[in-house]
Design a protein around this ligand. Structure first.
Ligand SMILES: *Cc1c(COP(=O)(O)O)cnc(C)c1O
Length: 397
């Protein structure tokens, strides 16, 4: 089965999910983008340029590390795909660089992006500095305060950071503002969206750029284990890009379980978590139909997670499809689990993970799998950005 490479259909649908729920002014730009991507994704020159920069600038292929001491402690065979070692410290650069190259090919003169924690903003500002493109990043005002070091990084990289003061002043409003800018500037501007969300073709475009994670990891795993596949492939799910990037190489393979870990936050009450696939219902957000956290009136709910990168009420439409089709499973891990995972990986492997993938480690600490299971984890980023949060939560100094 090669589901992930044949979906979405021509209308950008993953089953009933995805699509384009956007103002009409954006349709021509989305059409142009879809057509350009259909050509470029197979274009030898484009692929060679992206491959060269992925190697010489990003540092790909990223290694895969066996987590020996954690494996011994839990009774699993745990392997880590090290996206924390990619330039700028997370998988986000795979997408940002690919889309910036695409924008150049389309003749766009200006880049806009949204960011929550700032990781996608930093990745986009980095790609724009590399390629000489002006860059504007929309960021909720609340996030500019919580993530001040990333604001400094973006500014140093030459980007303009625009604080968004609407609503809860976080990621959801930043996406709204970026979409508003794009509707007014679409002829000259490309919008680099940060995850496998938004209107078609963004979910497929971002997936195609992130699938390098799994395309590298599958042969790395079989090379290290004498030809085997992992029993379980797992990743954290915010918008879902690192998870789709990892899952795509494995989806539909009998015997391999794909497990996405959502942010369970402080508890299961609406507003206390970001578990859209395990606790939400289908709805429309940011131009696409997918699982969504919403109240009884259909209003998009507030969310909470200790990790800003998972703090989003929606999720990419392909995950909604994989969930309903039984091709992937989704679970959730709490803030506390993430803090446990953060400390466990730091202390037993010498790797300080971002709080996002620390949710996966925290989930594994509960021993939810059969003893002896081999587990391939997407370690989506490094934890430097989270030290203040962790220190405050653990009350250490
Ligand atoms: C942004 C981010 C995520 C969440 O985004 P996805 O699109 O779900 O991958 C996860 N991990 C890290 C390190 C991030 O920066």
């Amino acid at each position: 089965m090669t589901i992930a490479t044949t979906l979405p259909d021509a209308r950008g649908r993953f089953g009933t999910y995805g699509g384009r729920y956007v103002p009409e002014v954006l349709i021509p730009a989305l059409d142009e983008l879809a057509e350009a991507w259909a050509e470029l994704r197979a274009d030898a020159g484009f692929r060679a340029e992206l491959a060269r920069l992925s190697e010489t600038f990003v540092g790909r292929p990223t290694p895969m590390t066996r987590a020996d001491r954690l494996s011994a402690r839990l009774g699993y065979e745990i392997w880590l795909k090290r996206e924390d070692l990619a330039h700028t410290g997370a998988h986000k650069i795979n997408n940002a660089l690919g889309q910036a190259l695409l924008a150049k090919r389309l003749g766009k003169e200006r880049i806009i992006a949204e960011t929550g924690a700032g990781m996608h903003g930093v990745a986009t500002a980095t790609a724009c500095a590399l390629l000489g493109l002006p860059c504007v990043v929309y960021m909720g005002e609340e996030d500019t305060r919580r993530q001040a070091p990333n604001v400094s990084r973006m500014e140093l990289l030459g980007a303009e950071v625009v604080p968004v003061t609407a609503g809860s002043r976080t990621l959801k409003e930043a996406v709204n503002e970026a979409l508003r800018d794009w509707a007014a500037s679409v002829r000259t501007t490309h919008y680099i969206i940060g995850s496998v969300v938004g209107p078609h073709p963004f979910p497929v475009l971002v997936r195609d750029l992130q699938r390098v994670i799994g395309d590298e990891a599958r042969p790395q795993f079989s090379g290290a284990t004498g030809g085997a596949d992992p029993d379980v492939v797992t990743a954290c799910v915010g918008g879902g890009s690192n998870a789709i990037g990892m899952f795509t190489a494995f989806v539909g393979t009998p015997g391999i379980r794909l497990i996405g870990v959502e942010a369970g936050g402080r508890g299961s009450r609406l507003g206390e978590h970001c578990s859209s696939l395990t606790q939400g219902h289908p709805g429309i957000l940011h131009g696409a139909m997918s699982y969504l956290l919403q109240d009884d009136d259909g209003q998009v709910a507030r969310t909470h997670s200790i990790s800003a990168g998972l703090d989003y009420p929606g999720v990419g439409p392909e995950h909604a499809y994989l969930r309903d089709a039984g091709l992937a499973e989704y679970v959730s891990a709490s803030d506390e689990d993430a803090l446990d995972g953060f400390q466990a990986l730091s202390g037993s492997e010498g790797i300080i993970p971002a709080l996002e993938p620390a949710h996966v480690i925290g989930w594994l600490l509960h021993r939810p799998l059969e003893p002896g299971t081999s587990v391939l984890v997407c370690l989506s980023g490094r934890g430097d950005k989270d030290l203040d949060t962790v220190r405050a939560s653990l009350r250490i100094s």
